[in-house]
Design a protein around this ligand. Structure first.
Ligand code: 2AM
Ligand code: CA
Length: 311
């Protein structure tokens, strides 16, 4: 059940089916995590949002409440190795169950592709792409940089809607195709910086596959020279959201999955930025590499990616 007030939508954690949630609430979380959600309809300058975006926001908020219940309190048995250095926690799987049930209830015809394995084949041609907890390693280490990422794409791979929600900071990044990108209801735009000396560039380091380590280091060295600084936050969804709102001037990473970048790609594009893969192609779902930036940083990073990564 979602309560609606003049200014806010509130999803109490009790509204999440308990059967989906092995995470035990210790102290009445209803009030603790009833974070005010800015009602998209009452935000000045924000065009009326679709029912799809509203649903994605509701799902992201519900999952965010689950993460906050457990943040800083994970015990070892709750953490499993998915692959080498790739972890999954009970929180990832609970969040995924919460999000997928909310989406499936509202859009039973749509397909779903989720990081922890929930896969639904629908008839509509549209696909929800979900990362229930992006930055799991950070979450495990109580490093408060993680997000929920939910996107909706059409069968031609064009993105329709995207949400990246950072529960600790209560930052909600939203975008719909053709309607701009927003942070907590305020319109955001890509950075306008154009001088190398001031660029803050985000990236992701290789962590499991090392065959491209030399190429990556080669590119990294050049970007170090061509920027004020580099950041490795550990969540591609947040890197892209921060690029969309101008905190970062650009972002590049190799070997990402659709759930890591789908929502963030729409955020950057709707904020006026450019996103391609390392080949410069617009359809980012064809490969696993991402470059995002403004009219100066995107070409700069693309040129270096082509130099170091083309065979
Ligand atoms: P995840 O937390 O959802 O798995 C950043 O490099 C991206 O890689 C993140 O979006 C993160 O998504 C993923 N990732 C998976 N394992 C990682 C690891 N050991 N270190 C850093 N990032 C990891
Ligand atoms: Ca991820």
């Amino acid at each position: 059940m979602t309560y609606k007030t003049n200014e806010t939508y509130i999803t109490p954690i009790s509204a999440i089916p308990r059967i989906l949630s092995p995470v035990k609430a210790k102290k009445s979380p209803e009030m603790l995590y009833c974070q005010p959600v800015i009602n998209p309809h009452v935000q000045k300058g924000m065009e009326k949002t679709s029912i799809e975006l509203q649903t994605a926001i509701r799902a992201a908020r519900a999952a965010g409440a689950v993460t906050l219940e457990k943040f800083g309190e994970l015990s070892l048995p709750e953490i499993q190795g998915k692959n080498f250095k790739d972890f999954v926690t009970e929180v990832d799987t609970t969040c995924e169950a919460v999000i997928s049930s909310i989406i499936a209830e509202s859009f039973p015809e749509d397909s779903m592709l989720c990081e922890e394995g929930t896969a639904v084949k629908g008839s509509s041609g549209r696909t929800w792409i979900v990362d229930p907890l992006d930055g799991t390693l950070n979450f495990i280490h109580s490093f408060p940089v993680f997000a929920i990422s939910i996107a909706l794409k059409e069968s031609n791979n064009e993105l329709l809607a995207g949400v990246v929600y950072q529960p600790v900071l209560q930052e909600l990044f939203t975008a719909e195709r053709g309607k701009g990108a927003y942070l907590n209801g305020k319109k955001i735009t890509i950075s306008s910086r154009s001088d190398k000396e001031s660029f803050l560039i985000a990236t992701g380091l290789p962590f499991t596959e090392y065959h491209y380590l030399e190429a990556y280091i080669g590119m990294l060295k050049e970007v170090i020279h061509d920027s004020a600084g580099i950041r490795r936050a550990g969540s591609a969804a947040i890197d892209l959201a921060y690029t969309a709102c101008g905190r970062f001037d650009g972002f590049w990473e190799y070997k990402l999955f659709p759930w890591d970048f789908a929502a963030g790609v729409l955020l950057v594009r709707e904020a006026g930025g450019t996103v391609t893969n390392f080949e410069g192609e617009h359809d980012v779902f064809q490969r696993q590499s991402i470059i995002a930036g403004n009219s100066v940083t995107h070409p700069l990073l693309l040129e270096k990616a082509k130099k170091y990564f083309s065979a």
